[in-house]
Write a protein that binds this ligand. Structure first.
Ligand code: SF4
Length: 312
């Protein structure tokens, strides 16, 4: 069997198992193309959280990383949530523990805690508001201006939020190794090499501040879902993309005929790429790996996640 034939066979097997077991398959924008193609919904953290909360299916197969599957379980505790590979973690979520957050809160009594969704359930349980890059600005703006805010865990997103909201934030110095690896030099090079292209930059990037500093009309700081919407609506034929390269597949599908290029081809998240079509098939067939969250932690985390979903 050729590789494309094998992919087609696996795709059919996965879809038929999903129908048989009443499961919905959710995939993040950074998943490998064949996993995106087999999913019922592809999106960013916020979009997938909404799908997880709204689905009527008995089970959710989450093709993403561990904290995302935990979020789905918190939103749908009565459903089975499966993660096809338990080792699919996140360097950003790992950059702060619940103990570290409790300590930070104790040092800053009265401060409101805003956590990017890339955090563990335990950290969310210590959080007032969760946010994604898609609604982080709206979340900060919903908090009274005189209120001190602890923002975690991504420092680049925090710095970007300070600029777009004009607010001073107390920022945790965490980072995603993939986005931090996209450097200002990558942007500079492309500004020269592709002067006709629009530049789409994720605010988690190590280059985001630099991209904003260029401040020209063809630089756009966007969440992954914002990139999709921009690419569909823009009449421009060529776009450079500064985020994890998995998004290119979705962009090409949603805005056919346009040319999309990553500014850094090394921007690959090895955790996201752990989910393969075979593992999705095994997950549905063998009902693994079930994600559980302690009910007391889940109840506290849910308050912060609900605010995130509502403030989209
Ligand atoms: S790309 Fe970065 S933030 Fe996203 S899952 Fe991978 S390590 Fe985490």
């Amino acid at each position: 069997m050729t590789a494309p034939e094998l992919t087609t066979t696996l795709h059919e097997e996965v879809r038929s198992l999903a129908a048989e077991r009443d499961a919905v398959i959710l995939a993040h924008n950074y998943q490998v193309p064949e996993v995106q193609d087999v999913a019922h919904f592809v999106g960013d953290s916020l979009g997938l959280s909404r799908e997880a909360a709204a689905t009527d299916a008995e089970a959710i197969v989450f093709c993403g990383v561990h904290f995302m599957a935990e979020t789905a379980k918190i939103l749908s505790p009565e459903k089975t949530v499966l993660l096809p590979d338990l080792d699919a973690g996140c360097s950003l979520a790992a950059s702060i523990t619940a103990d570290q957050l409790r300590q930070w809160k104790a040092e800053n009594p009265g401060a409101v805690v805003v956590s990017y969704v890339n955090t563990t359930a335990e950290v969310k349980a210590e959080t007032d508001y969760c946010c994604t890059s898609g609604n982080a600005k709206a979340v900060i703006e919903a908090i009274p201006r005189d209120q001190e805010i602890l923002f975690l865990p991504d420092m680049y997103l925090g710095i970007w939020l300070e600029k777009v909201t004009g607010r001073k934030l107390n920022i945790w110095m965490g980072e995603c190794h993939v986005h931090a690896g996209i450097r200002p030099a990558d942007i500079e090079r492309w500004q020269d090499e592709a002067p006709d292209a629009e530049l789409l930059v994720h605010p988690e990037c190590g280059c985001a501040s630099q991209a904003m500093a260029f401040g020209n009309e063809r630089t756009h700081i966007l969440s992954t879902e914002g990139m999709i919407n921009f690419a569909k609506a823009s009449p421009k034929p060529r776009m450079l993309v500064a985020t994890e390269i998995g998004i290119i597949h979705r962009l090409e599908k949603e805005a056919p005929g346009k040319r999309f290029e990553p500014v850094n081809r090394q921007a690959v998240c090895q955790y996201m790429k752990m989910i393969t079509l075979e593992k999705v098939r095994d997950s549905l067939r063998d009902w693994m790996y079930e994600i559980e969250v302690d009910p007391e932690i889940a109840a506290r985390a849910k308050l912060a996640i609900d605010r995130m979903v509502q403030l989209g």
